[in-house]
Design a protein around this ligand. Structure first.
Ligand code: NAD
Length: 354
């Protein structure tokens, strides 16, 4: 298991160090794990003048999986856009062909009160949002700001999806649904957008190859509403880049804390980049108070999706559950009156439970 480790900026190095402790514990148990570190984001800019140095992309391409912390920091906010840390992230996703972004939204029984919704609505919640990551209006050309004949300025973007892009992500969606509750809801805006009408047509066609999966379709506005009205109706949600961007953030909040949410971005061969859903949290960086669990749970996803080791994935997830059951909490998930522990102590507790 050759893993490129890219800590990045802000709390990135602190949380990745805890995930690395978990990998080291697994290695001392006999797993053949190799880890090699490289810079990305602001750290890449500081070290090599580039948010994605060539050496980092090369290492990532040569590895089976990438573990990433987070990128971004106030000190980089005034750099021109191509130099910004966030560009490193977009470029590595594109450079590795990572088109399928998986974001689970799970509510742990111990944290049910951290959700902004009533406990009965979210208790037992376990949704997987699959967002297409390399197409749609975020990458479509042409785009820009132009001046019309009448002198008025106009901003424009282009929403595009080709058949092969829809097909490949739909296959990933159906295959994930097969391993879970066998329900897939494809979210679009087919009542208004031609791109969405086409999306729906292709997803319906791909569904014929997966008769065991129940396919439904939902308009994105309704999906946004249903996610806060009755989120447990969903198993796998499949959607395009822009709708998925918004819905996955909405779903993440059902679980209460962004510090608990892992993610995976996969290519066609299940090579993946694994990272927490949150950013670099510069407001708490260097204070040893960040929650490392999203990053540790990202390692569990790595074991499940890239290395096909469901047993190890579950072992890590069980260790996280155990630490929560022991009442151990970082500040972001602690209820009033609970004792709080730091980032490194939480990582240590997970390793002990492992
Ligand atoms: P953020 O996710 O970094 O932080 C939002 C809030 O959540 C902050 O109050 C932060 O302290 C808290 N938080 C985040 N992760 C936490 C953790 N593990 N434990 C405890 N609390 C945590 O989002 P932001 O403040 O909007 O962005 C900060 C920087 O991160 C920006 O430069 C942004 O561009 C970047 N960013 C990077 C990524 C990424 O690397 N994938 C994603 C989002 C934002």
């Amino acid at each position: 298991m050759k893993i490129a480790v890219l800590p990045g900026d802000g709390i990135g190095p602190e949380i990745v160090a805890q995930a690395a402790k978990v990998l080291e514990a697994l290695r001392s148990d006999g797993l053949k794990i190799e880890m090699e570190y490289a810079h990305i984001g602001g750290a890449g800019y500081d070290a090599a003048g580039d948010s994605l140095p060539d050496a980092t992309l090369k290492l990532s391409q040569q590895s089976d999986a990438v573990l990433l912390g987070a990128v971004g920091g106030y000190q980089y906010d005034t750099l021109p856009r191509p130099m910004r840390p966030e560009q490193g992230l977009l470029r590595i996703r594109k450079g590795l062909g990572l088109f399928a972004n998986l974001r689970p939204a799970m509510v742990y029984p111990e944290l049910v009160n951290a959700s902004s919704l009533k406990p009965e609505l979210v208790s037992g919640l376990d949704i997987m949002i699959l967002r297409e990551l390399t197409g749609d209006i975020y990458f479509g050309q042409p785009r820009g700001i132009r001046t019309l004949d009448n002198g008025e300025q106009q901003g424009f973007d282009t929403m595009l999806y080709s058949e092969s892009e829809i097909r490949r992500v739909a296959h990933v969606g159906f295959q994930i649904a097969l391993k879970r509750g066998k329900k897939l809801c494809s979210v679009d805006k087919a009542n208004v957008l031609d791109t969405s009408m086409f999306w729906r047509e292709i997803v319906t066609e791909v569904a014929k190859e997966y008769p065991a999966v129940e396919l439904s379709h939902m308009y994105v506005d309704n999906a946004a509403m249903q996610l806060v009205r009755a989120p447990k109706q969903f198993d796998v949600i499949l959607t395009g880049n822009i709708f998925g961007d918004i819905l996955s953030d909405e779903a993440s909040m059902l679980t209460g804390s962004i510090g608990m949410l892992p993610s995976a971005s996969l290519d066609a061969n299940n090579k993946g980049l694994y990272e927490p859903c949150h950013g670099s949290a510069p407001d708490i960086a260097g204070k040893d108070i960040a929650n490392p669990l999203a990053t540790i749970l990202s390692v569990a996803m790595m074991m499940r999706y890239t290395f096909a080791r469901e047993d190890i994935a579950q072992r890590i997830e069980t260790a996280v559950r155990k630490t929560l059951q022991q009442g151990l909490r970082t500040a972001d998930i602690a209820e009033a009156g609970m004792q709080k522990i730091g980032c490194a102590a939480m990582g240590g507790a997970v390793v002990a439970a492992l």
